[in-house]
Design a protein around this ligand. Structure first.
Ligand code: AP5
Ligand code: MG
Length: 188
């Protein structure tokens, strides 16, 4: 099973994906986490993306597609994969379709979290005070929201057009409330 957890910055993709990983025993693959680890280890990729990420911009499609292409086969050996933060452009979605077709797989469903933008910003600013992620500044948050609206939102239409099941879930309330809604939605 291949699923995508989708939503704007701060919508709870990472939070809910961790829970789903434990619950469904799927492999959580977060491209943001992979890139942050590359930056922390100061690898060539990390050096290339550090400033792009801190500014809240998307890294180049070919770079991120390469990363996913290298990691997907191993993740696919388990009961399922939950992609978080990928695909984030229509070009990435097309590249993923191509990768999966080669293996006889498809994206089975997209779980899309919806949260009003003012709440997203509040959540991220709250995290900024606690964790200090370099892209959790007001300026970078604005850029991340803009990238989401201009490039990422269209990914949902890509799947809609291909007839992929899209489960839209209200991402407001506590993480427990959101998780209960997701569980109810997925079992329906
Ligand atoms: P990425 O790491 O994917 O970040 P993001 O999409 O901006 O989203 P976040 O991780 O901030 O939010 P989330 O939806 O995971 O929510 P979370 O659970 O953390 O990407 C970072 C960067 O990497 C990109 O900007 C880009 O540069 C690059 N990148 C990554 N993938 C890429 C790709 N495919 N192509 C190109 N570039 C790519 O929750 C947010 C906060 O809210 C947390 O503090 C959490 O504790 C809290 N929270 C969660 N749920 C709730 C709740 N229900 N109520 C209150 N607080 C909550
Ligand atoms: Mg995340």
């Amino acid at each position: 099973m291949i699923a995508v957890i989708f939503g704007p910055p701060g919508s709870g993709k990472g939070t809910q994906a961790s829970r789903l990983e434990n619950e469904l025993h799927v492999k959580h693959l977060s491209t943001g986490e992979i890139l942050r680890a590359e930056v922390a280890r100061e690898t060539p990729v990390g050096k290339q993306v550090k400033r792009i990420m801190a500014a809240g911009d998307l890294v180049p499609d070919d770079l991120i597609v390469d990363i996913v292409r290298r990691r997907l086969p191993e993740a696919e050996e388990g009961p399922g994969v939950l992609l978080d933060g990928f695909p984030r452009t229509v070009a990435q979605a097309e590249a993923l379709d191509e990768m999966l077709t080669g293996e006889g797989h498809v994206v089975n469903f997209v779980l899309a979290l919806t949260v009003p933008e003012d709440q997203l910003v509040d959540r991220i600013l709250h995290r900024a005070a606690v964790e200090g992620r370099p892209d959790d500044t007001r300026e970078a948050i604005g850029e991340r929201m803009r990238e989401y609206r201009e490039l990422t939102a269209a990914v949902l239409d890509h799947y809609r057009k291909r007839g992929v099941r899209i489960d839209e879930v209200d991402g407001t309330g506590t993480p427990d409330e959101v998780f209960d809604r997701i569980s109810a939605q997925l079992s329906s």
